[in-house]
Structure formats: structure tokens, C-alpha cells
Design a protein around this ligand. Sequence first.
Ligand code: COA
Length: 342
Amino acid sequence: MKQIFCSTVSSVGMYVPEKIVTNEDLTKLMDTSDEWIEERTGIKERRFVESGVATSDLGHKAAIDALNKSRIKSQDLDLIIATTLSPDFYFPGIGVLIQNKLSCDAPAIDLRGQCSGFTWAMTTADSFIRSGQYKKILIVGAEIQSRVIEFSNRGRNVSVLFGDGAGAMVLQSREVEHLPTATNNERGIIDNLMGSDGSGAEILAIKRPGMSGEDEFITTEETSEKAYLPIMDGRQVFKNAVRRLFESATTILERNKLKASDIDVVIPHQANLRINSAVAEKLGIEKHKVMHNIQKYGNTTSASLPICMSEACDEGKVKKGMLVLTLAFGSGFSWGANLIRW
Ligand code: COA
């Protein structure tokens, strides 16, 4: 008989730097205010790394937390999937750096999905586990944004949004008679969704340095103009985020024959409290079921989902047996979702 494998979430871990930067702190660097930031985004403070710390260091610490919680040794991992938009180096990616810091020899791949990176990595890991190829997979999302944002009036629409941090998840294979479905109470990942729309690629991006056709990786002029900082049309991002997050949730609900009220917990990417509230309202999901911690950490891009999951688990808001929906949207445009019986 053919063996059937499903992926169960064994643990979720996180790490954020100690240094807290409040909205009030930012008002000393640019014309902004605590009210402006909180009213539009929900953010009150974020964490920034000290000098000397690398993105892979944050990822390593989150990975250790996840491994300790699942009591798995790094040497027993079959695969590491890392995701970030702020890697230590242009190449190689942070996957191999984290693998080296964990002193293990599992293959380590990097997956570029920006704010959707973690949902895409979960989808990828789930496919490897279902195929029977791997049994223990570590996923890490880690970001240092504080070094690529501009603390001045020019960059204020972007710089107030982002924070540094890392999260990690251990997914394990389990042999089952029937794959988990929304109705059979089998624990594990039930469904995944990934989406992209490259026509939005330049609406939220860091375009230089790069190989976009210019003769140089980055010119001296571009460097002095700080062309390496992110650009964003906030309103376009906002509109597309609400649309794609709503569509993703609706698709997952419809194809699993679920009503919004069947979902126990929604864990959305933490980009903006108003985006997530608008999506929850359109879906008709009760406010208390939607997890938020953007107030404390800002948008930590690929780390935001596992950081939010980790806290929700630690606080007892996500428990075994619950039906959990993750949702993410970001640069690309990219979006994704996972339906999990926790
Ligand atoms: N503090 C104070 N004023 C600011 C500011 C700041 N940090 N940033 C921009 N402003 C000003 C603008 O200059 C503009 O001034 P003007 O009216 O005199 O021209 C005014 O505030 C309104 O700017 P606008 O960009 O239209 O504001 P908004 O209501 O769209 O809010 C965002 C801006 C960025 C908060 C909002 O668009 C947003 O959250 N978008 C989604 C971004 C996101 O989530 N990105 C990551 C996706 S993964």
C-alpha cells in the first residue's frame, strides 16, 4: 500500500533584538508623530539590531528556539529553508550561513518571497514532506531592515513601518491513513496557496544594486543618492494587499468547504493593522480570532508570521487541534496562505 505523509507543526520559535525603538524615538529623526504612525499602521515600537549583528545571527537564534521547543537536534534535520529580503551577502543566501551556525549538514536552500516568503516556504516544505523525500524540515525567516531604511523625511513613509527580527518553524512528517482535511480532525497542513503578480514588482522594491541592465552593479552616483533604499507606493500596496489577502482566504475557505466562522485563528503577515482589520471585516471573521503583534515589532517581513505564531502559541491563543489560517502579502507582488490543523 502507498505510504501517505502529512506535515505537522512541531514547534515555532522566535528571536527579536533587545533594542526597542519607539515612534517617539523616530520623531527625533524625521517629521512624524506617534499618532500618525499608530493611526495609520497600528505600530507603537519596533526592534533594531546593534552593530555587529547579521541577519543569519537572528535566524540562527530563532532556529535554536524552535529546535529546543521541538527537542530536535540540528543534526537530525533533513532540510533547511531560509527566507529573507535582507541577506548577509548578495550571495550566498542565509540558508547555508544558518546551517553552518547550527553545525549540521542538512541541505539549505533560500526562497525569495519577501513578506510572503514564510508562507511559500511552508508550502514548499509541505510538498517535500508529502512526497516522502524529507521528514524534518526547519524553516527560518529573518530580517534586518534597520540598515536599509532612511531615517529622514524623504524615507519616512517606509522607515516607520519596518523592524528587525526572526522566526522559525520545525515541520515534521507523520505517516497517516488519510491526509488532513478541514473536517477529519487529522493534525497537519491541510492546504496551501501561492500567488504572484509581477506587474507590481516595482511598486515595492529595492532596485539597485542589481543586474537590471545598467553597466555597473551600482554606480558612485547611485550610491551617493542612496538608490539602494526601498521605494514604495504605499496606497497601491495597501489596495493590492487587501484584495489579495481577501481573495486568498476566500479561495482557501471555498475549496475546503469552510465558512469563515469555522476558522479558529487567523495569523496574518504583520504589515499594517488596518490592512488586516479590513480583510477580517470583509471575511466576516471575529476580531478576537485575528492575531496581531505589529504594535511591538512593526513589519518584520518574512519573520512576521513565525514571530506572530510563536507568541500566539506561547500565550495559549493557538492550541493543538485548532484550525489556523495564515495569510501573507508583499513585494512582488506576492501572496500566500496555509490552512493548518494545529
Ligand atoms: N509621518 C508623517 N507624515 C507622513 C509620513 C510619516 N511617517 N509618511 C508620509 N507622510 C505624509 C505624506 O508625505 C503625505 O503628506 P501630504 O499629504 O502633505 O503629501 C501624507 O502623510 C499622506 O501620505 P500617504 O502616503 O498618502 O499616506 P497613507 O494614508 O497612504 O499612509 C502608509 C501611508 C505607508 C502608512 C500606507 O499607505 C500603508 O500602510 N501602505 C501599505 C504599506 C505596507 O504595508 N507595506 C508593506 C507591505 S508588505
